[in-house]
Design a protein around this ligand. Sequence first.
Ligand code: HSE
Length: 418
Amino acid sequence: METHKQLTIGLFGFGVVGEGLYKVLQQTPSLKATIKKVCIKDPGKKREAPAELFTTDRQVILQDPDINVIVEVINESGPAFEIVSTALRSGKSVVSASKKMIAEHLPELLQLQKETGASFLYESAACASIPVIRNLEEYYDNDLLHSIKAIVNGSTNFILTKMFEEKLDFHEALLLAQQLGFAESDPTLDVEGYDAANKWTFLLTHAYGIVVETGNLVFSGIQHIQAGDAVVAREKHYDIKLVAQAKKLENGKVAAFVLPQFIRHDEPLSFVRNEYNGVVIESGFADKQFFYGKGAGSFPTASAVLSDLSALRYQYKYEYKKLYHHIPHELTDDFYIRVYVSFNDWKYIPRDRFEWIEEWHAETDRKYLIGVIHFREIAQNGWWKENGTSLLLTPDPVIEDVEIRKLKKKSLELAGIV
Ligand code: HSE
């Protein structure tokens, strides 16, 4: 039987996640993992750990032959990538929580893993405590994944919960998310959807074998949502959530985006409040499954790093099965979506580009419509993010070409035209 590897860790970063891991490891002696050195940027900061543990020189860790595992949990993606690539090249295993770095360098990281054969694990970068990557890799190791719909950013979910359920204003809610260690050090990454979109890029790789840059995904955060949108949501018995979604269409291509969305109260994601994340997977025979857990914060994130460390004891690696062992799927923007749009003036809304408009309310200062539009009108144009316009997806927003034709025919029949 293979003996379990002793893990000697070099840790980069001692912020919310790094310190969390340090504490969590002290409580899990059975793992046989010890932190030998921690590389930090600011030696002046007071830290609750022995001073001799720390260094500011990354080479002390990278060149130490005793250290066989690098845990990289720093903020800046440039240095993070340098550390991770050097470590992989020197045959060390790496565990990372750097979502932005992974999203920005995925093709190079895939190549490095191929070349070096070293393990590179990053479960904590996706939904913190929810083991979604390993599930997509191992459990859904087939072609039957119909769709994934997920809340992958804890801070924005926390802010929406505090604003709409507890009536805090946006800035109070954001401050609280920062104080609790949920938000990024640059919180616009959370608020404007970058963090969720970054996570969605590599989740698409594990789910569908798609490799896409964040900038090529359609995404937005919660920055355009207006108080009036919450009023409409309440009237219609919906919640508003920032949702990352991917759906396999009938032609086998995948529709994917990260946008705020109305969620019905009976949908599992409606249950996801505060800093929790949730993932709803629909697959061929299992039908719907729902994963739920804390998506941000020190210990929940450290728990996933710990689980990756534990997996290293048996040399676990991601195989990227959907990318290498199946025919990878392609992204498409050729589909329609049903949207809710609120706005101050009709002149900002390209009414003629909608296939049809189902509802419009122009009686108040804040006007809104619900209608169906081709996804490219969103993907290729910015009207929905400008001039105080707010766009939210309706429940089950994706409509395929075949359905559109049926729906159009039906409406013409109803109108007595055919
Ligand atoms: N800022 C991130 C979030 C941290 O709020 O989800 C966890 O990735």
